[in-house]
Ligand binder design. Structure first.
Ligand SMILES: Cc1ncc(COP(=O)(O)O)c(C=O)c1O
Length: 379
């Protein structure tokens, strides 16, 4: 069978998706189904939508664009999802020159599809690229690539209330380089996977462990950008904590071993009285897009929000603690264990974090008015 250009293929796919099976003869439907995987006309992929965790599900398409060290990224293309070929000397393999992002596509009750602040991911990737001496896509290219990836994999966007399509943009040094210097070529790649809850606890409160031995980042390092090099070093702390039954780890600052930084893949907030506090972004923690959004929502509904140094002692004394991130959304923390002492926090539907969570999710799935213009409708 002749393989069409991805664009043409997508057009055919889109048209076919509008053709209900009832309009096709059984023979035509089976011919379509058997001819090529590209001819998929079902609205939803055939998976168990009720049991999505945060695991990788192979979807249909991915987006790729390449450029050399002295060029800018041009329009990329969609291709079938699959393995990528790399030189053994690729900058990303040898020196970890790589960044990633995470954003989600949501399906509203009425079938419309939304992205949440993808421009912020684009800007964060550009800041990271500058830090890691890489070329980066423009904001418009980034957002367009995310939209194309979401729409090409539309049948993998979970039904409303079942989860979301997690979209993973990657920027990696793919050119061969032996000496320690920036890669001569960069690849911007976007793939996606349907996901449910990030933590195995689902929406149950998290039990966090404070690790004062392993640090995630140091002043002057790259903790403030989403470099791939920030993640493998915390695997040991995470596996140790998970092995002891905890959900995740809270890291402390590496100088005083006293101030709270963040969890492995999310930012942290505490509530004391009517004040919400969260560690300030001073280059060692990631400036989360969910963090920023929650701060705005909280201020708008009347809370005082402070971004400042938060000591571990203060966190242990809080009324309520929650974490934020694209993958976790807003997650209630049920307990924190530090230095052999466990503190349990208030949990339940009436929490400040839950109120903020419901507002955020409502904006994301189109049931609450988006007065911030955060949501981008893509279909
Ligand atoms: C270390 C870390 N902190 C915080 C976050 C939350 O950031 P965001 O809200 O942009 O997903 C993430 C996830 O991207 C992360 O990896």
């Amino acid at each position: 069978m002749i393989r069409q250009a991805p664009y043409l293929r997508r057009l055919i796919q889109t048209s076919l998706s509008k053709v209900s099976t009832r309009c096709l003869t059984a023979q035509a439907a089976s011919a379509l189904r058997d001819s090529e995987p590209m001819f998929r006309y079902e609205e939803y992929a055939d998976i168990d939508w009720n049991n999505l965790g945060f695991g990788l599900t192979r979807t249909d398409y991915m987006y790729t664009s390449k450029c050399t060290q002295n060029e800018t990224f041009q329009q990329g293309r969609l291709s079938d999802y699959g393995n990528v070929e790399l030189s053994p000397a690729a900058g990303v393999l040898n020196y970890g020159q790589g960044l990633f992002e995470g954003t989600k596509a949501f399906r509203g009750e009425d079938g419309r599809i939304f992205l949440f602040r993808p421009d912020q991911n684009a800007i964060r990737m550009q800041i990271g690229a500058e830090r890691m001496c890489m070329q980066s896509p423009s904001v418009q290219q980034f957002v367009d690539a995310v939209k194309q990836t979401a729409m090409a994999n539309k049948r993998w966007i979970p039904p409303p209330g079942k989860g979301s399509l997690y979209i993973r943009p990657l920027l990696i040094g793919t050119g061969p380089i032996l000496g320690l210097s920036p890669s001569p070529e960069y690849t911007f790649l976007v793939y996606a996977s349907p996901v449910g809850n990030y933590f195995k606890e689902g929406v149950a409160p998290l039990n966090l462990y404070v690790d004062d031995q392993f640090h995630r980042a140091t002043r002057g390092g790259a903790g403030g950008v989403k470099s791939i090099t920030n993640y493998a070093p915390v695997l040991k702390a995470i596996s140790r904590a998970k092995g002891e039954g905890f959900s995740d780890v809270i890291y402390l600052d590496s100088v005083h071993k006293k101030y709270v930084e963040e969890a492995s893949s999310c930012n942290i907030f505490l509530v004391k009285g009517n004040v919400i506090s969260t560690p300030a972004t001073v280059g060692t923690i990631l400036e989360g897009i969910t963090r920023k959004s929650i701060i705005d929502i909280a201020r708008d509904i009347g809370y005082k929000v402070e971004e400042r140094s938060v000591s571990i002692d203060e966190l242990m004394e809080a009324d309520e603690v929650f974490t934020t991130g694209t993958a976790v959304s807003v997650a209630t923390v049920g307990s924190i264990t530090y230095n052999g002492r466990r503190v349990d926090y208030k949990t339940g539907d009436e929490l400040v974090g839950q109120k903020l969570y419901k507002t955020l999710v409502g904006i994301q799935n189109g049931t609450i008015e988006d007065k911030y213009n955060w949501v981008v409708q893509i279909s």
